[in-house]
Design a protein around this ligand. Structure first.
Ligand SMILES: [Zn+2]
Length: 93
């Protein structure tokens, strides 16, 4: 749980009442996912995907090498209830 990141997610998304998706209203990458420059623990700014930020904000830190994805298949969704972790290496095999 990270209150600063939760605030950031709240400020950059709107809730869709039908799907219950939280739709990202900030910057969108070429691949169609939300993204944002955020400060890391070393106070350096880095680009991170919106679903990664939301997962860290509401659920917990993400193990190195793992990614979060939307179980609702909406690339702009940042509702933590619609996010799950997966291992991209295992996914490709
Ligand atoms: Zn969703």
């Amino acid at each position: 749980m990270n209150l600063r990141l939760q605030q950031l997610i709240q400020n950059n998304s709107v809730q869709d009442e039908t799907s219950e998706c939280w739709l990202w209203t900030g910057q969108i990458s070429n691949s169609g996912y939300g993204r944002m420059m955020i400060k890391n623990d070393n106070n350096q700014t880095q680009m991170e995907s919106a679903q990664q930020i939301s997962y860290r904000a509401y659920i917990g830190e993400i193990t190195t090498g793992m990614l979060s994805r939307q179980t609702c298949h909406n690339r702009l969704c940042v509702n933590p209830a619609h996010l799950e972790l997966f291992d991209p290496d295992a996914w490709c095999k």
